[in-house]
Design a protein around this ligand. Structure first.
Ligand SMILES: Nc1nc2c(c(=O)[nH]1)N[C@H]1C(S)=C(S)[C@@H](COP(=O)(O)OP(=O)(O)OC[C@H]3O[C@@H](n4cnc5c(N)ncnc54)[C@H](O)[C@@H]3O)O[C@H]1N2
Ligand code: MOO
Ligand SMILES: [Mg+2]
Length: 413
């Protein structure tokens, strides 16, 4: 069976990232949070735009104040007051200072700011009572960023800091990648929507709801195609529609070996190239991954129907694929971290095992706590309130309580 890491490589190689010319949208900066920047940004402005003061105090010539102390203060004449937003008019001459405020322009002639707590004021004279460092409290022009160099690279997610940088660089609108479109449907004669009273043998289709939520959380746009009966004709029509209208298609169910598991057969009939049929992991062994070389670049994920298996395979494989497709320049691979396991973790070691639970902060250290209740890929109940998957590699059967374990974060802790 295919190792998980090989499956990851195959999947990420199938992904063709969105095009930075065609697959873009222009959005207002305030609507750009969590979008992915499509072109690099530079600015004609230096940051800071001019030398300015980091403190409320006095702009001075360093050489005038370098010997100053409480007993022998340097006494300077105040020739101008410079609030923020004001262009100074005078050049500071020897023996002179300007009253200045945080963010205000340093006047010509001055090179240092003395914070006001180290001074005493008498009318238009200031007594400098301590020698500053040369150039102290001056935020130098272009010391943060030099005009016309790169300010932000393409392929990054816009969060608060980046949006602030774009605002400061006077970009009220930005070019971002369009959201990837992800078609989602569930297969199974037993499935009904949550509003329908259940007949014997029926269950509610929960996978569509979970997957739609995950797709939105991943920054993509879900195209919801509902429940499809285990009927090859309807399934074929749905799959054909989905691959023509989405970048990624997610179905759940119908990928195992049962008589009603039609997905792989229909994909073959639609001239798909099936790259993966099963992965050496649990939950999530029956996973179909295909593309359509004669048609377009859509990637088909036939996720297993069991609710936990569908979500674990999404987190492990689909989420990185969405990230790569969405235009991220790097960092789409899932990030594993090592933490201490509070609980003993056991498995048979035959496949890479994903155990769901929570990272809890205990005395400032994150600890993995296994979810309570029954561990079954059919049990979606104890998946709620989890945020982490502990990963035991093939061959490892035990992690003792207190030992280190690799985990994959699946939600913000
Ligand atoms: N003989 C074998 N049987 C099975 C194998 C195997 O290797 N040999 N693998 C098992 C594993 S592991 C999994 S996982 C499942 C995968 O099955 P399918 O992808 O074919 O999914 P279904 O058979 O359609 O359904 C499985 C299970 O999940 C429930 N389900 C399906 N869709 C939904 C939905 N949208 N919302 C909620 N629950 C859903 C369904 O009712 C079944 O209980 O195959 C094993 N069998
Ligand atoms: O792989 Mo299945 O997903 O173990 O239940
Ligand atoms: Mg089945």
């Amino acid at each position: 069976m295919l190792p998980v890491s090989d499956a990851e490589v195959i999947i990420l190689n199938l992904v063709q990232p969105l095009d930075d010319q065609q697959d873009i949208e222009i959005v207002d900066l305030l609507a750009a949070s969590d979008r992915i920047l499509a072109n690099p940004i530079s600015s004609q402005l230096d940051f800071p735009h001019w030398d300015n003061s980091a403190m409320d105090g006095y702009a001075v010539r360093y050489e005038d104040v370098q010997q100053a102390n409480v007993e022998q203060p340097a006494i300077l004449e105040i020739v101008e007051e410079i609030p923020a937003g004001y262009q100074p008019k005078t050049t500071i001459q020897p023996g002179q200072a300007a009253r200045i405020f945080t963010g205000a322009v340093i006047p010509a002639g001055a090179d240092t700011v003395v914070m006001q707590e180290r001074t005493r004021r008498e009318e238009n004279r200031v007594f400098i009572q301590a020698a500053p460092q040369p150039k102290e409290f001056v935020r130098r022009k272009a010391s943060y960023y030099q005009a016309r160099s790169q300010l932000l690279p393409a392929g990054i997610k816009l969060k608060a800091a980046e949006i602030a940088v774009l605002a400061a660089a006077q970009c009220p609108q930005v070019k971002v990648y369009r959201r990837p479109r992800v078609a989602i449907f569930s297969t199974g004669d037993e499935l009904v929507t949550p509003d329908i009273p259940l007949q014997p043998g029926q269950i509610v289709d929960s996978n569509n709801y979970a997957l739609a939520t995950l797709v939105k959380e991943s920054g993509a746009e879900p195209l919801l195609l509902g429940i499809v009966k285990d009927n090859p004709d309807v399934l074929r029509e749905t799959i054909a529609y989905a691959i023509a209208n989405a970048d990624i298609v997610l179905s759940s169910g119908g990928v195992s070996v049962g008589e009603y598991d039609y997905v792989d057969k229909i994909l073959e009939a639609l001239a798909a190239k099936i790259h993966i049929r099963a992965v050496e992991m649990t939950p999530g062994k029956p996973l179909t991954v295909a593309n359509f070389p004669n048609q377009n670049s859509a990637i088909y994920f036939g996720l297993p129907g069991n609710p936990v298996s569908a979500l674990v395979t999404f987190w492990r494989f689909v989420q990185p694929a969405i990230k790569k497709l969405a235009g991220f320049a790097e960092g789409w691979e899932p990030k594993f971290i090592k933490v201490r396991s509070h609980d003993e973790l056991r498995t048979n070691g035959k496949r890479e095992t994903y155990i769901w639970g929570r990272l809890n902060l205990v005395n400032g250290v994150y600890e993995f706590h296994k979810a309570g209740g029954s561990y079954s890929s059919g049990n979606l109940i104890n998946l709620s309130q989890t945020n982490t998957l502990a990963v035991l590699p093939v061959g490892q059967t035990l992690i003792a309580s207190g030992e280190e374990v690799q985990v994959l974060l699946i939600a913000t802790v």
